[in-house]
Each structure stands twice: as structure tokens, then as C-alpha cells.
Design a protein around this ligand. Structure first.
Ligand SMILES: [Cu+2]
Length: 316
């Protein structure tokens, strides 16, 4: 498995720290309920088995109302606790932060995530995909857009789920206490590759985040070798109707922005490690790797693949 686990029983930020204890409470109560019910059932079955043989006439048993009364009282208490707790937890995490340190726009597409960082001017704006960088300790407002159908944005260790709906902007927020990679996942069925619509939130100390942001702002460097030059020409001719590489003629935002492809740990929305073999396999036959993804198989020659990768490797 190439990705960080989709852990949801531990939290790593203000929002998750509010939600996770509630998750544990409901989990423990559910387990206790299962055990108690199973024990009662087992007891009942045993008693029936050891009762006298079948030829004894069925008798009217005692009054069962006591069981019902106590059953209701005993279940009402943990249910009421979880109701009140849920409302309190929702109340404290649901609203957007009054003062967000950073605002980003995330658009959910079948089956990947577009991430947009806006700056004071258009030249400070850039796009990336499937890897959301945030500074630690900062409340990050995320504006969620639906690119095609309804998706849902979920990073269990940092926040609850929020839908991304076409034609509407939903707000959620992230805040990570400690640096790390936190796995996220689309959690609203959106089509064939819904299960492979993952992403990662990368929390870095603010200075590292600032460095990452500066690096992302750079346009792609001009290719330095013949192979890379051929690769770039090929990208502009074959991939440019769907992909952008800033600083070149490729400028479509139908698919992920490839300007800094090599800065990402994973490709194909959290599915594959970003290494040479996986990149080649993906570009050659995305429909084998991720059937239903909106990138057609490219049917390339070995030479074309080599040139392409020689170029893609310069996109740091
Ligand atoms: Cu989705």
C-alpha cells in the first residue's frame, strides 16, 4: 500500500481532537451492546435447551414488561449522552474559523482533486493536485467545489466529512498540530473509481510550507537534454488538451497540473507511488491501472515513453 493509512481512531488537530473521543465513545458503547445482547441471547437459548422436553405444554411466562422498562432506561442513557455530545462537538467544529491563516480552493473531479492556492496577484496563484500542503498550527479554510458530480472531502485525522457539490461552495477547515502526511479520501460514491479517489494532506512547519509554496510558484524550467526536449514537444502535442505545464504551451486544466509533478509523492489520486515505473505504466495504460479514469490509454512507443519521462523528471 503506497499511502498513509486512512486512520480515524486518532486525531491530530483541533477539529479531529473534538470528534475522535466521540468516535471512541460510540465504538465502545456499540461493542458493549453487542456483547450484552449476545450474552442475553446465549443465556436464553441455554435456558430453553435445559427446560423440560417438548411435551410440556407451553406456559404463560412471567410478565416481561420489566425487561422492556429496564431495556429502554438503560439504552436511553448512552443514547442521550451521544446526542448531547454530538451536538456539542458539532457546535464547536462545524463553523468556519473566524480568522483563517490560509484559504485554499479544492475542486473534486472524477477521480482526483484539484488544489488551488491564490495569492495577492495572479502571478502568485498556482494549481496542484491530490496533495494539499498546509502549515502546522494554522487554521486553513478550504473552499470545496464540485467539478462534475457530488463528492465528499474527508481527512479523518484532521476533520469530518464535507460534501463537494457542483454549483455551490461548501466550507470546511483543517488544522494540524504536528507535521506529517494525513490520508484523505472521497467519501461520497461518485462513480467507478470512487474508491481510488484519495489524496494526502501534508502538514509542514510554516517555514517549510513557505519554501514549498515558493517552489510551486516557479514555472517549469526549459528542458536541457535532447530527450527532454522531445518529451516536452510531445507533451505540448499529445497531453496539452488535458494537462498544464506552466511556462509551456500546455495549459489545459481538464486533468491534474503537471508543472511540479515530481514534487508529489503519489500519482493518480493517491493510488501509485510516483516512480519511473509507475509513471510509465500509468501514462501508457491508465485504463488498466484505474479503469474508468478520465485519461485515455496513450499507446506510446518505448522511445516516446523514454522521452516523456526524461521531460517529466525535470518537473520538480
Ligand atoms: Cu469522488
Amino acid at each position: 500500500m503506497s499511502a498513509a493509512p486512512l486512520a480515524y481512531l486518532s486525531g491530530s488537530g483541533e477539529r479531529a481532537n473534538t470528534i475522535v473521543p466521540l468516535t471512541w465513545y460510540v465504538l465502545v458503547v456499540s461493542i458493549v451492546v453487542c456483547i450484552v445482547i449476545a450474552a442475553l441471547l446465549w443465556g436464553g437459548v441455554r435456558r430453553a435447551r435445559f427446560a423440560d422436553s417438548a411435551d410440556v405444554a407451553v406456559e404463560r411466562g412471567g410478565n416481561g414488561l420489566g425487561w422492556i422498562k429496564w431495556g429502554v432506561i438503560i439504552s436511553a442513557v448512552p443514547l442521550a449522552i451521544s446526542l448531547i455530545w454530538t451536538m456539542a462537538a458539532l457546535g464547536s467544529v462545524v463553523g468556519p474559523p473566524r480568522r483563517a491563516g490560509l484559504t485554499i480552493d479544492v475542486t473534486a473531479h472524477q477521480y482526483w482533486w484539484e488544489v488551488r492556492y491564490d495569492g495577492a496577484s495572479p502571478s502568485e496563484t498556482f494549481l496542484t493536485a491530490n496533495e494539499i500542503h498546509i502549515p502546522t498550527g494554522v487554521k486553513v479554510l478550504v473552499r470545496l467545489h464540485g467539478g462534475d458530480v457530488i463528492h465528499s472531502f474527508w481527512v479523518p485525522q484532521l476533520s469530518g466529512k464535507t460534501d463537494a457539490i457542483p454549483g455551490q461552495i461548501n466550507l470546511t477547515w483543517l488544522q494540524a498540530d504536528s507535521p506529517g502526511r494525513y490520508r484523505g479520501q472521497c467519501s461520497e460514491y461518485c462513480g467507478l473509481e470512487h474508491a481510488e479517489m484519495g489524496f494526502e494532506v501534508v502538514a509542514d512547519p510554516p517555514a517549510d510550507f513557505a519554501r514549498w509554496r515558493m517552489a510551486q510558484l516557479q514555472t517549469a524550467p526549459p528542458p536541457a537534454t535532447d530527450a527532454a526536449r522531445r518529451g516536452q514537444a510531445f507533451v505540448q502535442y499529445r497531453c496539452a488538451m488535458c494537462h498544464a505545464v506552466r511556462g509551456t504551451l500546455a495549459a489545459s486544466h481538464y486533468g491534474p497540473d503537471l508543472t511540479h509533478l515530481m514534487s508529489r509523492r503519489l500519482i493518480a489520486a493517491g493510488m501509485l507511488l510516483n516512480n519511473r515505473g509507475n509513471r510509465a505504466g500509468w501514462i501508457e495504460a491508465p485504463q488498466t491501472v484505474k479503469p474508468g479514469a478520465l485519461m485515455p490509454n496513450q499507446k506510446l512507443t518505448g522511445q516516446q515513453l523514454n522521452d516523456l519521462d526524461a521531460y517529466l523528471e525535470t518537473l520538480k
